[in-house]
Design a protein around this ligand. Structure first.
Ligand SMILES: *Cc1c(COP(=O)(O)O)cnc(C)c1O
Length: 389
C-alpha cells in the first residue's frame, strides 16, 4: 500500500458516488460528440461560439505549423517568441481596447503569473467566494493575505478593504461565474477599488467572445470608463473556451505587461505556446468580432430554454449567459438525472459539492452557437419527461 491516503480517498468517493470519470471523445468538440461509438447531443463544452472545430481555425493552424513548425522549442524570453505570438498579442490588445496584452499558455497559468508577480507577503488579495480555483491557488502561492467575501457581497468586501493595512491590494473576481453563469458588478467593484486604492483583476474566462455585440466580453457588457483609471483594471481572458483554441491573456497598462514579462514566473519558466495555436487564434479573433450572428444565435437559444422549460421542482438559475445551471439540490438526484439524460442521448454534466455549495447540486447546461433550435427542443422534451418520472 504505497498511497494510503489515496486508497482512502478513492474508497470514499466510490461509496458516495463522487468518483469522477473521464469521457473519451472519438472526434472533435461540437454540438454532437462521439463517445463509445455513440453520437450524443452535448451541452457540456465551453466552446460557446462553435469555433473549436471551425475550418478557418484548422486551416490557420495548418498554415502556422508550416510556417513555424509544431513546437515553440523554448520559453518566450529565450527563443520561443515568434511573429505569430507577437501578432496575436497586438491583436488581443486592439480587440480588448487596452494598451497591451501578454499571452499565457493557459488561464490557470495566467492567474498564477499575474497574482504572484503583483503581490507578496505584505500585500492582500480579496476574492469572491465563488471565484475559479485558479484564482484561489494564485492567492495561496503569492503568500499575500487572502480574504474571501460572500458571493457578490460588496458591503462585506468594503469592510475588508477599510480595515486592510496591506502595502498593495488586489480585488479578484470572475466576470462571469463559471458554475452559476451570473455576472460580477464590475462598475461597483471598480469604484471600490478606486476608493481604497486597489487593483481589480477580472477573470473573463466565460465572457470573452460571448458578451457584448462584438464579443469583447465583460468590457463590452458594461460601460467601463477604463480611460479614467488606466492602471486600475487588470483583464484576464482565456482562449480555450469561446475562442475555441487554447491559452489565455492578460491585458492592461503597458507598464503592467512590461512588468509581467520580467516577473511572471508562469510566463518566464515555461515553454512558449505552439506558434500554430497563435496562428489559429488570430483567425478565431477575426471570426469572433465579425460574426455577430453567433452571439445572436446564443441569445435566441438562451431565450428558448427559459421560455420552454416548465418544470415544477428543478429551477433554472437566473443567468443571461450560455451557462444555464438547472438547480436540482441533492447530489444523488443530479447524478441520476444526468445519467438518465445520457440514456436519451444527451450529455449534460452534473456539478456537485465541493465544486458547488452543499445542497445546490445542479446540471450545468452550456449552450453554444453550434446548437440549433431542434437541439434545445430535444433537451426540453427530455427534461420534462424526466421530471415527471
Ligand atoms: C477555465 C477557467 C480558467 C482556466 O483557464 P484555462 O485556460 O482552462 O486554464 C480560469 N478562470 C475561470 C473563471 C475559468 O472558467
Amino acid at each position: 500500500m504505497s498511497f494510503p491516503h489515496f486508497t482512502e480517498d478513492l474508497q470514499q468517493r466510490r461509496e458516495q458516488g463522487l468518483l469522477r470519470h473521464r469521457r473519451m471523445l472519438e472526434g472533435p468538440q461540437g454540438a454532437h460528440v462521439r463517445v463509445d461509438g455513440t453520437d450524443l447531443l452535448s451541452f457540456c463544452s465551453n466552446d460557446y461560439l462553435g469555433l473549436a472545430n471551425h475550418p478557418a481555425l484548422i486551416e490557420a493552424a495548418c498554415q502556422g505549423a508550416e510556417q513555424f513548425g509544431v513546437g515553440a522549442g523554448a520559453s518566450h524570453l529565450v527563443s520561443g517568441h515568434t511573429l505569430a505570438h507577437q501578432q496575436l498579442e497586438e491583436a488581443l490588445a486592439a480587440f480588448s481596447g487596452l494598451p497591451a496584452a501578454l499571452l499565457f499558455s493557459t488561464g490557470y497559468m495566467a492567474n498564477l503569473g499575474v497574482v504572484t508577480a503583483l503581490l507578496g507577503r505584505n500585500d492582500a488579495i480579496f476574492a469572491d467566494k465563488l471565484n475559479h480555483a485558479s484564482l484561489n491557488d494564485a492567492a495561496l502561492l503569492s503568500r499575500a493575505s487572502f480574504t474571501r467575501y460572500a458571493h457578490l457581497d460588496l458591503a462585506a468586501l468594503e469592510n475588508q478593504l477599510v480595515t486592510s493595512r496591506a502595502r498593495r491590494k488586489l480585488v479578484a473576481s470572475d466576470a462571469v461565474f463559471s458554475m452559476d453563469g451570473d455576472l460580477a458588478p464590475v462598475l461597483e467593484l471598480l469604484a471600490l477599488c478606486e476608493k481604497y486604492n486597489a487593483w481589480l483583476l477580472l477573470d473573463d474566462a466565460h465572457g470573452f467572445g460571448v458578451l457584448g455585440k462584438n464579443g469583447r466580453g465583460i468590457l463590452d457588457h458594461y460601460p467601463l470608463p477604463i480611460s479614467h483609471f488606466p492602471f486600475r483594471l487588470i483583464y484576464m481572458a482565456t482562449l480555450g473556451k469561446a475562442a475555441g483554441v487554447s491559452g489565455a491573456f492578460i491585458a492592461g497598462a503597458q507598464e503592467l505587461i512590461d512588468g509581467l514579462v520580467q516577473n511572471a514566473r508562469t510566463y518566464i519558466y515555461t515553454t512558449a505556446t505552439p506558434p500554430m495555436l497563435a496562428s489559429a487564434l488570430q483567425a478565431s479573433l477575426r471570426i469572433i468580432s465579425a460574426e455577430v450572428w453567433r452571439r445572436e444565435r446564443l441569445s435566441q437559444l438562451i431565450a428558448q430554454l427559459h421560455h420552454g422549460l416548465k418544470l415544477q421542482r428543478w429551477q433554472l438559475m437566473p443567468s443571461e449567459t450560455p451557462i444555464q445551471p438547472l438547480l436540482i439540490g441533492s447530489s444523488k438526484e443530479a447524478a441520476a438525472v444526468s445519467q438518465a439524460l445520457q440514456q436519451k442521448g444527451i450529455l449534460v454534466p452534473a456539478i456537485r459539492p465541493p465544486t458547488v455549495p452543499q445542497g445546490t447540486a445542479r446540471l450545468r447546461i452550456s449552450l453554444s452557437a453550434a446548437h440549433c433550435r431542434e437541439d434545445v427542443e430535444q433537451l426540453l422534451d427530455a427534461l420534462h419527461q424526466l421530471e415527471r418520472q
